[in-house]
Design a protein around this ligand. Structure first.
Ligand SMILES: Nc1ncnc2c1ncn2[C@@H]1O[C@H](COP(=O)(O)OP(=O)(O)O)[C@@H](O)[C@H]1O
Ligand SMILES: [Mg+2]
Length: 295
């Protein structure tokens, strides 16, 4: 049986009588128009001081799907663990990394950029050296603005820059927030998920007050959702109660395909292009373009 569809004036297609997991009518966001020209990039930080919530997975797969839609995407590995670099199968040793760019304002940014196997998706890698950056940057002038200065030099070449933050609210994350136009918060559908979000939003508010007045909360992305468990559904309900429309309609389900894809060093859209999880990330890319959060 097919669900009756309504084509809306805004280009979305609402699927009648079917509610999505966030309790709103389930709808499809339109395919993004091809871009006639490229840049300057909108910069988005993927941020949550809790680890294991899907920041890196979302950076990889959102980056890949935006690139598939013809966007030029640069992903910044901003975690000394280097999981983004590993997940995109780029080199992290004996190559310039984001750490080198933070420490030297003379080095051309292009020297640190690597192409991935996904056309249109580039990355600046990180390795464990980055863990020393906070110590080095503390004594710098305008220490919160160093990443912004680096990204300003390449923003013209890209449509979207995604920053995969480390799980902390320290100086590196403040640098990411200061450099960004928007923040995307991946939130795991687990009890206690909401713990810490207030502190994160407080940090974003402080950065807005003191360093980056234009920064926007682009959305909260529910991840690791399991529609079969009451637990998951309750958590999502509470998140929507707390944050309303800030919660993106796209929800990422829990599936072992993600760990599998990560191990293979490819985005899920390449590893299992027909899998519902690949579609979920395509939907996320379309929703962000629709909301004006990406080119
Ligand atoms: N939707 C998902 N379903 C199942 N496993 C996931 C999902 N998203 C991410 N993972 C896995 O969970 C782990 C943590 O995800 P990751 O993206 O690295 O989180 P973070 O960057 O926030 O620490 C990884 O092993 C990843 O493969
Ligand atoms: Mg990570």
């Amino acid at each position: 049986m097919t669900t009756p569809q309504h084509d809306q004036a805004d280009g979305t297609v609402t699927l009648e009588s079917e509610l999505g997991p966030t309790g709103r009518p389930r709808r499809d966001f339109p395919e993004p128009e091809p871009l006639a020209s490229h840049g300057p990039a909108r910069i988005i930080a993927l941020c949550n001081q809790k680890g294991g919530v899907g920041k890196t997975t979302t950076t990889i797969n959102l980056g890949a799907t935006l690139a598939d839609y013809g966007r030029r995407v640069l992903a910044i590995d901003f975690d000394p663990q280097g999981a983004l670099s590993a997940g995109l199968a780029v080199r992290t040793h004996d190559v310039p990394t984001i750490y080198d760019l933070l420490l030297s304002n003379k080095m051309p940014v292009a020297d640190a950029i690597q192409h991935t196997n996904v056309a249109g998706l580039d990355v600046i890698p990180a390795n464990i050296d980055l863990s020393a950056a906070e110590v080095h940057l503390v004594s710098e002038v305008a220490r919160e603005q160093i990443l912004a200065g680096v990204l300003r030099r390449v923003a013209g070449d890209y449509d979207v820059i995604l920053i995969d933050c480390q799980p902390s609210l320290g100086l590196l994350t403040v640098n990411a927030l200061t450099a960004s136009h928007g923040v995307l918060i991946p939130l795991e559908c687990e009890y206690f998920a909401l713990r810490g979000v207030a502190l994160l939003i407080e940090t974003i508010d402080k950065v807005r007050d003191r360093l980056n007045p234009a920064i926007k909360l682009d959305g909260i992305l529910a991840t690791m959702f399991d529609s079969r468990t009451l637990h998951s559904r309750e958590v999502l309900e509470r998140v929507v109660e707390a944050f309303g429309d800030t919660v993106l309609e796209t929800v990422i389900s829990r599936t072992v395909k993600f760990p599998d894809a990560t191990v293979s060093g490819t985005p899920i859209t390449e590893f299992a292009p027909e899998h519902p999880a690949a579609n979920a990330y395509r939907q996320l890319a379309r929703e962000l373009v629709f909301r004006g959060a990406a080119a």
